[in-house]
Design a protein around this ligand. Sequence first.
Ligand SMILES: [Fe+2]
Length: 289
Amino acid sequence: MNERRTRILFVDDESNVLSSIRRLLRSESSIWEIFTADSVDRGIECIQADEIDLVVSDFNMPEKDGLELLGWITKNYSLNTVPFIMLTGNAEHDLKRRAINAGAVDLLNKPIMKEDLLARLRNAINVRDYQKSLVDLNAELESRVEERTKELESSRNELLWRLAYATEARDDVTGTHIDSVARLTKQIALSYGLIREQVDCIHLASMLHDIGKIAIPDSILLKPGKLTDDERKHMETHCKSGWYILTRPTNIDGSSSGPNQLLECAAEVALSHHEYWDGHWISIRSQGR
Ligand SMILES: [Fe+2]
């Protein structure tokens, strides 16, 4: 199995230190791939080119020092992705504090002892792997939630269409009225410059505008001739009936399951879809509330 080895970069301007580290880690060559750089700039090039998993850097180097390298890493990567260990002398207490404050995950004293080196590298890599697995798990969960949300939204929309078509089937033999109203409503909403969410909401809500016709008896709804005044008044109640159907509490204790923007919009459309342009017939709204 050709599994990728963990890539560790050592940065130190002293070539004998780098050679010594390579010797000390030879026994781990089957699991760790060692990279070396003799300056901060070369170290940065290596991190960018080779997908380094862990950086161990000396502090004292000509031109740029180890803290500058640490600063560059924190600016360009998450320290969970590329953790950093600082090589320091035993007496450099102030530097150790600064390195930890800047984000170093650990410190390693010079001269480097093999067992100490192995233990600290293993520890840093284990922590990194654990944090990476948490990040991966989190991303997977987010992706699953997004997928389920899309599925729920899709099935909700499908149900709304089916409900609207069921209503339409009673009195529209052509079966095109709801599609036409929804299409035109969407175009009008777009021409008003509404945002995408509002356009989609109005588009879906408009299909339920005649849902109140469920409450109108066949003798009136399907009457071939002209309606009498009483029948006309009864027919006009389908707006209020639609509003009631869409706002009626759904829980047994009389409460609803919380605000639902789509159903609130649909209720508004059902109640007001026979209003005149000047708002005439608004009295239905006051009766309904
Ligand atoms: Fe209507």
